[in-house]
Unconditional design. Structure first.
Length: 264
């Protein structure tokens, strides 16, 4: 969920935001699988009310979404780790992946992803890992017409390209938010638009209710094996830790590389 867009009352002078666009981060098969996962789960998208902290629907956001994590499908955990390595951010600081669908006319008008700290509703959400500092958007399909991601204050526009990823930061080391990261999803004019979003917190994100998996292994095969054990085990509904056999020592030894499934 995003916060309703209102310009921060106290923020540093607007400057060019940190924005990066990368191609082919996801394979076509991975994009198709995420769409399949989303199609089974999406519901009308909500936002955080700035005062009450409740989840509400608004006309400014017309789309459907669903939060998923490693307990939903092992691919989600693999992508979480890939993004953490790519952008050099702790995997545990990422919120659950949010898969979104926009049909014809679907849009999200200009908004901020960070929580305005002066609003009462933000305090509750910031207790679960602190302020959001960055966003990752994964483009899952080619949109026939419309559905661009725009930054109106700085004149940037990106059309969805399947497998591509858009990354942008909006909070600096001092905790100051950058209002030039105001962004929007323009209306879909033909076809449909599928994306997945990952919001990054300043600290470790605490999931609410749903089981999640935290990965700390550097060896991909070990991670994937640990993920499968975590998902298949009945213990995934409570605190559980799964160790892999690390081959980065001679002789091989059990290491501290783990996947943890937990319910908060």
């Amino acid at each position: 969920m995003q916060a309703i867009a209102r310009r921060p009352s106290s923020s540093p002078a607007s400057s060019q935001p940190v924005v990066a666009l990368l191609a082919d981060v996801l394979s076509p098969a991975e994009c198709d699988r995420l769409i399949e996962i989303g199609r089974e789960r999406v519901q009308r998208s909500c936002v955080v009310d700035p005062e009450s902290r409740d989840e509400i629907t608004i006309d400014e956001r017309r789309g459907e979404g669903a939060f998923v994590n490693g307990s939903t499908d092992a691919l989600v955990a693999t992508i979480d780790w890939r993004l953490a390595e790519l952008f050099r951010l702790p995997a545990e600081n990422g919120e659950d992946l949010h898969i979104l669908r926009y049909g014809i006319g679907g849009e999200y008008r200009p908004h901020f992803d960070f929580f305005p700290e002066e609003q009462a509703g933000s305090k509750h959400h910031m207790q679960r890992g602190g302020q959001r500092i960055a966003t990752v958007i994964l483009y899952l399909n080619e949109v026939e017409r419309g559905g661009d991601t725009t930054f109106p204050d700085v004149g940037l526009r990106f059309h969805p390209r399947r497998g591509g990823v858009l990354y942008f930061e909006y909070v600096n080391a001092l905790g100051q938010s950058n209002p030039s990261t105001l962004h929007a999803g323009t209306p879909v004019e033909e076809g449909e638009k599928w994306i997945a979003k990952k919001w990054i917190r300043r600290g470790r994100f605490t999931p609410s209710g749903a089981a999640s998996i935290v990965l700390t292994c550097e060896v991909r095969a070990h991670r994937e094996a640990a993920i499968r054990r975590a998902i298949d085990s009945p213990a995934s509904s409570s605190a559980a830790r799964y160790y892999c056999r690390c081959s980065r020592s001679d002789p091989p030894r059990r290491c501290h590389c783990t996947a943890r499934a937990r319910r908060e």
